[in-house]
Design a protein around this ligand. Structure first.
Ligand SMILES: C[S@@+](CC[C@H](N)C(=O)[O-])C[C@H]1O[C@@H](n2cnc3c(N)ncnc32)[C@H](O)[C@@H]1O
Length: 228
């Protein structure tokens, strides 16, 4: 297989192509079985800029449709710069909270006008919220970047803090095979719907899978709608 083909097959998930444009250098991709979460980029100013545009025309429309006509407390898990919280602020019956591991990104959310007392810097695998504190939660373009153990803990925590249902958008493999852990600027799991359902069903009884319009060469976006 030539190098171009390898690069095509390894093209990354949601943010990497945009991120490459921003940093203007070529990333080296490789697929390895060993999973580990890269966190460094989430403190980067350049990455914060990518988060301001990446979901236009697809996931940002979709989350608005999913949250339309709902009421109550909502948690955006791994909210990044708070772009989605800003978009959803038009729904006056929702009180939206956000959390993220990166203080740099949370500060960007505060800069865009989101009240600091609705935001927390924390680890999504160990949420500092009470049981059933939220009616709804969502995560966008985030779960795929966690380790397998992290995914399971994230979903367990989400199920604990959410009363009604949660919505999770991320890529699955276009081939419906388990490609495993793709190591790139922002490493991620590129696995089948079935693989993901195995993770979701450890914490949720009911899981519905819907298409997302986001896609790239090796992945398709999906929404996993979860409740118990
Ligand atoms: C690709 S970004 C998506 C951000 C946001 N959801 C959006 O759509 O713009 C992934 C996010 O996950 C956050 N993150 C990664 N690991 C985390 C962890 N263990 N706990 C909480 N947030 C985490 C990162 O800081 C980053 O904001």
């Amino acid at each position: 297989m030539n190098i171009k083909k390898i690069i095509q097959l390894s093209l990354p998930p949601i943010f990497l192509s945009l991120y490459r444009q921003v940093i203007k250098k070529k990333a080296i991709y490789r697929v390895t079985p060993k999973s580990h979460q890269d966190l460094e980029m989430y403190w980067s100013e350049d990455f914060a800029k990518v988060l301001d545009t990446w979901g236009e025309g697809n996931v940002w429309d979709e989350i608005q449709l999913l949250m339309t006509a709902r009421k109550g407390q909502v948690l955006d898990i791994a909210c990044g710069t708070g772009k989605t919280i800003e978009l959803l602020s038009k729904f006056l019956d929702l009180n939206i909270y956000g959390c993220d591991i990166s203080e740099v990104l949370i500060n960007k959310a505060i800069d865009r006008g989101i009240r600091s007392n609705t935001l927390k810097v924390c680890d999504a695998t160990d949420l500092p919220y009470g049981d059933n504190e939220f009616d709804w939660a969502y995560s966008i373009g985030s779960l795929e970047h966690f380790t397998e153990d992290g995914i399971e803990k994230f979903l367990e925590e989400c199920s604990r803090v959410v009363g009604h249902a949660s919505f999770h958008q991320h890529p699955v493999s276009r081939s419906d095979k388990n490609d495993g852990w793709i190591t790139s600027t922002q490493s991620y799991h590129n696995n089948s719907v079935e693989w993901w359902l195995g993770k979701y069903h450890k914490s949720f009884k009911n899981v519905t899978v819907l298409d997302s319009a986001w896609q790239d060469e090796i992945s398709l976006g999906k929404w996993f709608i979860c409740s118990n």
